[in-house]
Design a protein. Structure first.
Length: 405
């Protein structure tokens, strides 16, 4: 407690006249600073996604840019104006620079994936569909008699489901049919419970899961008459989501070839494959350089460690990092800033003691799909798309040596 006092007055002479009262000078209160509490570091909040408003999906396009895009298509492409309108609308919505290089990148992917068919025909699709149906009926113990009776009933278009399966030609047809079976056939919900076997589709063979996730952080620029899944199989939706997978993220690459590889293998797979290559040099162990540093289950990191993670944890002393720090950094393998982590820096620092290492390499992945009869790889895909890309650039009057945007 602070006590304020005034000075004592002088003793007066005997019987003097009363002096005027002494007014003490104003006293400034003394403020005692209390010790400041130590700041409590708040838990980091998840990053907010800043979503720019999507421009209206207007059919009108800038005439000069429109003319350029039309010029870039191969001569055999039909409905060039429609394709050009959809590409330009996608670029505006995603805020992708409307450059010849970016247009040619999308055009090259469309040419490779669908041959400029909005809903491309899949060879032997009925056989693929029947194989899936029989496998799932066995898995869920649906008797064959029940399955036959269910699929021989009339569907919404008047034909039996069996007849429609035998006539399937495109992934959109199969996807729509499965959705109808789930809704209308007694055993359908059990046969395809929360599951549609069609995972990709449209002119750029876009992942439905990617489209659904992307629409949560960026507004889809078109009306959705049915479902987002159905939009993937349209020309406009396939181009929009395909352009997003390909161009709507920053990359450290100097060559667009690695964007094409990432389109097939997953974002940053080329960067991560180079990291695995560097780790193989440092550890002296063989590693499958597929661009996946972790195992995944249902889109999330699995509790089961990958071979890459096991090697990293075994080198914690060499890396001068704790297991927790290694796991913290490796969880960023799908993030833009993984190359800025301590783990990434130290692995490359050790690897480059014996020579420079590339920061991007084509992932070593075999493409697995019932649609393909021969062995295909991500390297094959990327180089084929790159060839189409260079041809498109020449058609647009741009030379070689284009870097990734």
């Amino acid at each position: 407690m602070v006590v304020f006092t005034t000075a004592c007055a002088t003793t007066p002479p005997p019987k003097p006249p009363s002096p005027p009262p002494v007014v003490p000078p104003p006293v400034t209160p003394v403020v005692i600073e209390q010790p400041k509490p130590k700041p409590v570091r708040p838990k980091p909040a998840p990053p907010k996604v800043i979503v720019p408003p999507a421009p209206p999906a207007a059919s009108a396009t800038d005439p000069q840019i429109h003319a350029l895009v039309v010029k870039l298509f191969p001569d055999k492409v039909q409905y060039k104006d429609g394709w050009a309108n959809d590409i330009q609308t996608a670029f505006k919505a995603l805020q992708v620079p409307p450059t010849t290089e970016n247009f040619c990148a999308v055009i090259a992917i469309i040419g490779q994936e669908s041959g400029f068919q909005a809903d491309p025909v899949v060879p032997n699709l009925p056989a693929i569909a029947w194989r899936e149906i029989h496998q799932r009926s066995e898995k869920y113990s649906i008797p064959q008699t029940v399955l036959d009776w269910s699929l021989n009933t009339k569907s919404q278009d008047g034909r039996s489901y069996h007849t429609r399966i035998d006539a399937l030609k495109t992934e959109k047809e199969l996807s729509d049919l499965v959705e109808e079976i789930i809704e209308s056939v007694p055993a359908g919900n059990k046969l395809f419970h929360n599951y549609n076997p069609v995972h990709t589709g449209g002119p750029m063979q876009v992942s439905v899961a990617f489209a659904e996730g992307h629409a949560q952080v960026r507004p889809y620029p078109y009306p959705i008459p049915r479902s987002l899944r159905s939009e993937v199989f349209t020309r406009r939706g396939g181009i929009y989501f395909g352009s997003a997978i390909l161009l709507d993220y920053p990359v450290p690459y100097q060559d667009i070839l690695y964007r094409f590889a990432d389109f097939n293998a997953g974002r940053y797979s080329s960067r991560n494959a180079a990291f695995q290559h560097a780790l193989s040099r440092v550890s002296g162990q063989e590693i499958a350089c597929d661009g996946d540093l972790l195992r995944y289950k249902n889109g999330n990191p699995s509790d089961e460690p990958s071979s890459t993670l096991k090697i990293l944890l075994s080198m914690s002393t060499t890396l001068k990092m704790s297991d927790a720090d290694i796991q913290r950094d490796v969880l960023l393998e799908k993030a833009t800033n993984f190359h800025e982590t301590t783990l990434y820096t130290r692995v490359f620092g050790l690897a480059e003691k014996t020579g420079q290492m590339p920061r991007a390499t084509l992932p070593e992945i075999d493409i697995k799909s019932p649609k393909f009869k021969r062995k295909l790889t991500t390297q094959w895909f990327a180089t084929r798309v790159d060839t189409r890309f260079r041809t498109c650039l020449q058609q647009g009057g741009v030379g070689r040596g284009v870097k990734s945007k």
